[in-house]
Write a protein that binds this ligand. Structure first.
Ligand SMILES: NC(=O)c1ccc[n+]([C@@H]2O[C@H](COP(=O)([O-])OP(=O)(O)OC[C@H]3O[C@@H](n4cnc5c(N)ncnc54)[C@H](O)[C@@H]3O)[C@@H](O)[C@H]2O)c1
Length: 393
């Protein structure tokens, strides 16, 4: 077995960093995934939270997370004010609420001088997204957005292979994300869950949810922004006012064409996020359900499967995240831990004034989050008009 050669290059923080959560308590989905990733990074402790919209559940969840009684909050505004006033207050807040609360929660904590880690989509409107970009620029606070798939080792590997020219010139990019869980989701009875309520989810359902993940993954891996989109929205599952399926043509920087297909009403699928990139010399493919492997196929040559691990085939910007030798699986939680490792470096550097080595960090920022919101807005407009629509911020 190859010895763990790991010098990750990520400086340790000057002390353990302190994290607070808004949302993520009992019954919630993604909050616990954030928490697991943060703890696995070994750089964060979770010390405070307003974990639910329901006060009883917020209290109960805080106790289950073993938070000190005086740091279990039932109101995120009170949490921001009180944490900002403590000498041992949180270094960053994690926002895992429904979409419409991302902006007010982020703005509230930024006003209190606290760094922000927000889930996607960044906001429900472009005006709010631009407001957060401006606030970040004005304050210099760290603002990460948790497009966590981009922190899988083999996505970093794909990005580095593309950067190194191993595919030649990029000529086509195709990304798809298929799930089935919303097949029977409906708002027919007049009481939509938050994910189907435009006041809470924004003006798109599936495109805002997994469409933004797919768009970010394609841009991140190829190093190219999406410049133009032409989209058609559909409802493939039970009736709903917003789309649960969308098919799009894309135009990336440099005129590179691509496609993006998303559905949350595709029976028999699970979490099928797949990226394919084709260049003048070779193509590659990565699939989220089998994330430890990347297929790389030079033209007219046998397919090579590159497995995550130390040593042969792995490039430095990817191998620095490897925790286990080949054959011992890593998983989504490890990708989240990679993201939280980078965020810890950024937050600690801002606090202490340390300089981060150029090119060390690639976590998604508030600008990436705002590009996602613009992408959703452009897709909605294109679906309505049939036109190609500009995705530039
Ligand atoms: N990055 C990813 O891979 C990923 C995956 C799933 C969801 N998400 C995003 O994460 C967010 C949450 O999604 P989810 O599936 O966990 O939703 P969820 O409905 O399961 O959980 C939302 C949580 O927010 C809490 N909440 C609501 N209002 C609150 C308030 N005012 N104060 C404190 N807490 C409040 C709820 O009580 C609940 O705990 C969404 O924006 C979603 O798009 C991201």
């Amino acid at each position: 077995m190859t010895e763990n050669p790991r010098d990750t290059g990520f400086p340790l923080p000057s002390r353990m960093l302190r994290l607070g959560f808004v949302g993520g308590g009992q019954g919630a989905f993604i909050g616990e995934v954030h928490a697991n990733g943060a703890l696995l990074s070994k750089r964060w402790q979770i010390v405070a939270g307003a974990l639910s919209s329901n006060p009883l559940r917020a209290k109960d969840s805080g106790r289950k997370w073993m938070l000190a009684e005086d740091r279990i909050y039932t109101d995120f505004r009170e949490m921001a004010a009180r944490e900002a006033g403590r000498s041992d207050g949180i270094d960053a807040v994690v926002i895992t609420t429904p979409n419409h609360l991302h902006h007010p929660v982020a703005a509230g904590f930024m006003d209190a001088g606290i760094d922000v880690i927000s889930d996607k989509p960044l906001t429900t409107t472009l005006a709010d997204a631009r407001d957060l970009v401006r606030r970040q620029r004005d304050t210099g606070l760290v603002f990460g957005v948790t497009y966590a798939y981009a922190s899988h080792v083999m996505v970093r590997q794909a990005r580095e292979m593309i950067r190194a020219g191993m595919l030649g010139e990029i000529r086509q990019v195709h990304v798809e994300y298929f799930q089935e869980w919303a097949l029977n989701l409906t708002d027919e009875d007049g009481t939509p869950p938050w994910r189907l309520d435009p006041a809470k989810v924004g003006n798109a359902f599936t495109v805002g949810d997994i469409g933004t993940h797919a768009a970010h993954l394609a841009s991140f891996a190829t190093g190219r922004d999406i410049e133009l989109v032409r989209a058609l929205f559909h409802v493939a599952g039970k009736p709903k006012a917003l789309e649960d399926t969308a098919f799009m043509h894309l135009r990336f920087e440099g005129g590179v064409p691509g496609t993006l297909m998303v559905s949350q009403a595709a029976a028999g699928t699970q979490c099928g996020l797949r990226l394919r990139v084709f260049g003048t010399l070779a193509g590659l493919e990565w699939n989220q359900e089998n994330p430890e492997f990347l297929s790389f196929t030079p033209q007219d040559s046998p397919m090579q499967i590159i497995g995550r691990g130390y040593g042969a085939g792995m490039l430095p910007a990817a191998v620095r995240f490897v925790r286990m030798p080949r054959g011992h699986p890593e998983a989504l939680t490890d990708a989240w831990a990679n993201l939280y490792t980078e965020l810890a470096v950024a937050v600690d550097a801002r606090r202490t004034g340390r300089t981060v080595p150029e090119g060390l960090l690639a976590y998604p920022t508030v600008v990436d989050g705002a590009k996602g919101v613009k992408f959703v807005e452009a897709a909605v407009r294109s679906n309505a008009t049939g036109d190609w629509v500009d995705c530039g911020l």
